[in-house]
Each structure stands twice: as C-alpha cells, then as structure tokens.
Ligand binder design. Structure first.
Ligand code: ADP
Ligand code: MG
Length: 677
C-alpha cells in the first residue's frame, strides 16, 4: 500500500518523506470565525450526531462539530466504516482540513480528526507533523498524521549512529547536526528549530551534490584519456596575425586561453561555453579548431539547423580563404558525389574542418584523426548524440559546447557542474543596446511606418511569425497571411521581401536567405527557423508578431539577430491586447533588459528548473528539499565549500573529510535500511 501510493519502500524512504506542514495545537480558530477566505483551518469542538446517507458508492457520512461560537459540517465519502468506528458523538475533537462553503454553510470534507487533548506543560512537542498522503491511504487510516506515528516509531528504533554526520566539522559551526536535523524536521520543538533543521538538510543536499560533481570532474581531468595539443603553431599564428578581422574582446582572449590550457594537458576537455547572443562564440570555435590543426588534428563543428550550418560554413570559408586549410560542409542535403568526396577527405585527412548538422554523427562518417568537436547551440543536441562523437576516434575528441542562450548560473552549477565552464560576459565594442518596445497589434500600421524609415536609411528588417509546429496548418496560413500583409505595406518593386520557413525546399530556403544576407532583399519574413545564429549586421529591426506566444529565451534569441552592427537597432514585440498577464510580464522583462543572463534567471523563476531546455533529464535537479531558486545562497556556499574541499583533498582522505567519504560510499551500496513490510 505504501509502496504503491507514495513510493515508500524502505525506512529510509519514510525518513525522507518529509512533512509538508506542522500542526500547532495552540492555533485553533473559533468556528464562528471561519470564513470563505480561509484555506485550511484547525477547529476544536464537540461532535454532534453522526448521520449516514445513501448506499454503496454514493454513501456519505455527515456530522457537525460545535463550539461556543458556531458549528461546522464534517463530511466523509470514503473510509466511512473505519472513521465511524473511531469517532464518538458527544466527545471533543481537534479537526483540521480545507474549508469549503456550501449554501453559505462551512464544511470540511475528509477532515483530519483526533480526540482533543489539551496541550499540557510537559508536552514534548507542540508541532505535529502532517505528511503528504493520498485519499486511498487516508481511507485505510493512513492519513498524514498516522504516517507521523509510523515515523515516530521509526525514530524510537534508530539512533544517532544510523544517521551519521556527513558534513565536516567546520561546516557545522552554525549548523544543526544531521541526526538532530532529521528529528527536528519531523518533530520540531518550535518553528525556529524546524527552520534550522530544514536549512541544514537543504545545505547537505546541495553540498553532497556539489561534491559529487567536483569528484566526477576531477576524475575526468586525471583519468580520462585525451589528445594533447602541445603547440600553438603556424595556422593559429598566421591567422591571428594576418587575417583576424578585429581585435578580440577581453572575454574572448580569456576563453581561448582557458581552452588552450585545457587541451594541452592530455586529458579530454569537456567545456561548456556560455555567451550571450552576439558575444562572438564562432570566433572562439575557429581559433580552437586552428589549434587542433596545428597539432595535426581534424575538427568538426555541428549546428542544429541547416541554415546555421551553411552560415557557419560560409563565414569560416571566408575567414580562412587565404589559409591552406580545407573546409567542407556536410548536411542532409549534400549531394551524393560531394558527400562521397567529403567522406573520403575526412578519412585521408585532406579535409581539416567539417561543418554540418546531425549528418556528421552518422555512422558512415569516419575521421582520420578527430581532435575537436564543437557543438553550437547546445541544448538541441542530446547527450546520446554527443556520445556518438566519442566513437569517431579511439581517444575521444575534446568537446566544446556553445550555448545559444545563457543558462542561469544556479542551473549551470547544478546541471552542468561536472563540465568545465567558460563565460563570455562581454560584447564586442561599438554595439549599441537594442531598444525594445511592446505594442499591441492595433498599432501595426505605425510599426510598419517605423520600419519603412529604417529601410529608407538603408537598413534591413526581420518579421517573425510564430510557427510552433512547422507542420501546423493553421500557423502556416497565418504566416502566409502575414506575408501578404507585409507585402501590402511594402509594395514591390520599391521593396523586396524574401521569406523562409520550414516547408520550403532547402535550395529555396537557402536562396531566399542568401538574398537577404547579401542585401538584395530588405525584409526577411520568416518563422523561428531564423532564430538561431543567423548573422546579418546590417539588419536593424526585428518585428515579432504574436510575441505572447514565445518564451523568454526564444524572444531573446530572436532579438539577438539585430544589434550586430554599429547602428542603433530595434526590437518590436507585437501582441494581442488579450494576451495573458504572464505573457505581458514576459514582454515587459524583454523591454527592461538586454542581458541574456538576467533574462535566463527570470525565465528560471517563471518556469521552474524542470522546464529549462536540455536540463529536463538531468538527475542533478531532483532535490528533495532544496530549490535552486529559493536556496541560491545555500547553493553558492555549498559550491564553494565542495570545490575547495575536493580541490585540496580529491580522495577525501583527510580525517575531517572521512565523514563525506563514508556517506558517499554508504549511498553507493544503499545499506542500512530494511524494507517496510
Ligand atoms: P554568437 O556568440 O551569437 O554566436 P557570433 O559569433 O555570430 O556571435 O558573432 C556575432 C558578430 O560579432 C559577428 O558578426 C562577428 O564577426 C562579430 N564579432 C565577433 N567577435 C568580435 C570582436 N572581438 N570584435 C568585433 N566583432 C566581433
Ligand atoms: Mg552563434
């Protein structure tokens, strides 16, 4: 029963089935004061007559609880036989439950009920735990309170040695011990003690998780085989000194140095590069690839979409045009002959760099000596796909994962804490912050006029329509309508418009895209296929239709398509007046900040950690008590402590760290707790 209903298998599970609240017996509401505003109430009174109505499935039991101020109705639909046996009319009871009002009368359905015993001076605990339970269990007399009794019995049978301390002494200075914390979280002496217990257990949870992540990372640094990039040679230096089109930003310099150090040690690099849109991640990828080439290794670079792969290919080819390096593009639509040539070139090492989509990880693609894999726009590639890359050479290639959207720091720390981590928190110089406004669809005409003035100045503009599912017929028609609408505002031949969407053939998409990139068309109407990576510095306006249908990170990505040149850029978010309050809140955040890291934090707050792209599967986020948003401060401390401990004592063999080691080992073998019958 416990197993099926609550997933409680062992005493350990029971111990970790934490109460969701505590009843304070001194907090009793006079029945006459119960009103519809109240959610849960605790009342005390004398039980009146018990009536049973109906038969079988429609059976219900009703009684009234009365005190000097009024009376409240108590109703049961389930477990009637059992409850009936355990209550007696004329006795005093303490009753807790959710109040509802029916015909103006207060009632509690399925109340928690127990004989009232006045709190006495010597009473051990005034706060009684109430546990999450289910109706079915309640009907079998295992309501939240009975679970408490079970837990209490459990505590009588175990002792401090069953819950040994797992934090080193220096972290216990202002913190409750482990055994004490477990007791106090279930049966606190006071609210204050409860809070102390909770914060101790939250910290422990975060700390242990951080220690684990650190140990995984240290193990990889020490034990994983990796290619050793010993030199920075001609390719890198020639490019850097002769062909680099701009001065690197401070952040770019720092990151390339980190990569350089990482790849020189002979262990596999597994680095996550976080940088806001437009911070110049592509250049980092190229520089890293040049280092690989200097050491005789090939590199691949994977992008999530064909358009993006093409664009990366085009910009790498342009940057490397005077260098003796062979670059190839491999996607799903690469023609057979070309494909054969590329596969051969990768096998015989005549191709140094290959840019592409998922096509690269297919079985048939084999490298002579793959040394570096760059994955752009990380969250669209699953872990399994990444693992495919490993198979492409005996020694796994170094991996550089570049994220499209910043991940909140707290999330990155927990979900990706075992990766090496670089942040580019600086945009190339000369960029002006994008001006973002929110307008209702009713003012579309004036928005179009504004776009016209920008185009007259020689700029270009994007018009984006939400196409949630590329196959969705409805939104496809919306897009076509939108296209006609834009056309009517910007008549040919004075204006030229190109359109891209997922239903087009690749060649068509490519042609339209190219026309916009080359400045032949002034307006690009499209769906979110233009979302990632596209780089047209002359484009200065981004208009997003039905902006309320997009999430924050997507809006930020789209906005990142403008503001890439030195001109002032604009992002106009059009929404229906009827958009929901949350949606309008998102748009407001967009208008307030350009900082992807701030937006990522807000996104996390609004959506919760489970919903952030790419982290859903991450077991690292399944905390029992901790919440990485509310417990940020604890997470920060846990992270710093775990880092310095693991750094100084990676085997956890110093006397003060043995408690951690013992705990981790015990967890591995999961000993110590018998099963609940
Ligand atoms: P993202 O980080 O979004 O992938 P990109 O790599 O596409 O950004 O770079 C955005 C634009 O900034 C490109 O036009 C690129 O050439 C330019 N860029 C990159 N680094 C610098 C720099 N240090 N100085 C000036 N422009 C730069
Ligand atoms: Mg990019």
């Amino acid at each position: 029963m416990l197993k099926k209903e609550l997933n409680l298998y062992t005493f350990g599970d029971l111990l970790h089935h934490f109460p969701h609240r505590h009843i304070d017996k001194t907090q009793v509401t006079p029945i006459g004061q119960v009103d519809p505003q109240m959610d849960f109430v605790q009342v005390r009174g004398v039980l009146q007559g018990i009536d049973i109505f109906g038969e079988k499935r429609s059976k219900r039991m009703v009684s009234q609880l009365k005190d000097s101020t009024g009376q409240i109705e108590l109703t049961w639909f389930q477990g009637i036989n059992w409850v009936q046996k355990s209550i007696v009319a004329g006795q005093a009871y303490l009753v807790f439950g959710r109040v509802s009002f029916f015909n103006g009368r207060a009632q509690i359905v399925h109340p928690e009920i127990e004989p009232y015993v006045a709190a006495t001076a010597g009473q051990k605990s005034l706060l009684e735990p109430v546990y999450p339970s289910t109706e079915k269990l309640k009907s079998r007399a295992l309501n939240g309170k009975q679970l408490g009794k079970l837990t209490q019995t459990l505590f009588q049978q175990i002792s401090e040695k069953d819950l040994p301390e797992n934090l080193p002494a220096h972290l216990l200075k202002d913190r409750m011990g482990r055994w004490e914390a477990y007791r106090q979280i279930h049966f606190p002496n006071s609210q204050q003690e409860y809070k102390k217990a909770l914060s101790r257990l939250v910290f422990e949870e975060l700390f242990i998780a951080q220690v684990r992540l650190n140990l995984i990372k240290i193990d990889r640094h020490k034990n994983s085989q990796g290619h050793k990039f010993v030199i920075v040679g001609d390719y890198f230096n020639t490019f850097y000194n002769k062909h680099l089109p701009f001065e690197l930003t401070g952040a770019q310099k720092r990151v390339i140095k980190e990569i350089r150090q990482d790849t020189a040690r002979g262990f596999q690099m597994n680095r996550l590069l976080q940088g806001d849109v437009g911070s110049g991640k592509t250049m980092i990828a190229l520089l890293a690839m040049l280092i690989a080439a200097d050491n005789g290794f090939q590199s691949c670079m994977m992008a999530p979409t064909e358009i993006l792969a093409q664009q990366h290919y085009a910009s790498l080819s342009e940057l490397l045009k005077d260098m003796p390096l062979e670059v190839a593009l491999l996607t799903g639509s690469t023609k057979t002959a070309e494909r054969r040539r590329i596969l051969q070139g990768l096998m015989d090492d005549s191709i140094h760099f290959v840019v592409g989509t998922h096509a690269i990880i297919e079985e048939v693609v084999q490298f002579k000596n793959l040394g570096l894999a760059v994955i752009d726009e990380q969250h669209r590639f699953g872990v399994a796909q990444r693992a495919q890359l490993w198979k492409k050479s005996k020694v796994p290639p170094h991996v550089l994962v570049m994220t499209a959207t910043p991940i909140p720091r707290t999330l990155a720390m927990t979900a990706f804490g075992d990766l090496d981590y670089s942040v580019m928190d600086e945009l190339p110089p000369g960029r002006q912050p994008i001006k973002t406004v929110h307008r209702y669809e009713t003012s579309r005409a004036s928005v179009m006029d504004f776009v016209k003035t920008e185009i007259t100045k020689g700029r270009q503009a994007y018009y984006v329509y939400p196409l949630i599912e590329e196959s969705e017929k409805m939104s496809y028609e919306d897009l076509m309508q939108g296209y006609e609408q834009v056309k009517s505002f910007f008549p040919e031949p004075k204006y030229k418009i190109s359109m891209v969407h997922g239903k087009q053939k690749n060649i068509e998409k490519e042609t339209n895209m190219k026309r916009f990139v080359s400045g032949d068309t002034q307006i690009l109407v499209g769906t979110t296929v233009i979302e990632v990576g596209v780089n047209v510095p002359n484009a200065s306006v981004m208009v997003i239709e039905s902006a309320e249908k997009f999430g924050l990170s997507q809006l930020h990505q789209l906005r990142g398509r403008v503001g890439r040149g030195s001109e002032q850029s604009y992002c106009i978010l059009l929404s229906s007046v009827k958009a929901s309050r949350e949606a309008k809140n998102r748009l407001k955040i967009m208008c307030e900040t350009n900082d992807g890291f701030v937006i990522a934090e807000k996104d996390l707050e609004l959506r919760g950690p489970g919903d952030i792209d790419g982290t859903r599967q991450s077991g690292a986020l399944n905390f029992r008590l901790a919440n990485i948003i509310n417990d940020r401060a604890a997470l920060e401390e846990a992270k710093n402590e775990a880092y310095s401990i693991c750094e100084q004592d990676p085997n956890l063999s110093k006397p003060e760290n043995l408690v951690i080691k013992a705990f981790l080992q015990a967890q591995k073998t999961k000993i110590g707790w018998g099963k609940i019958a």
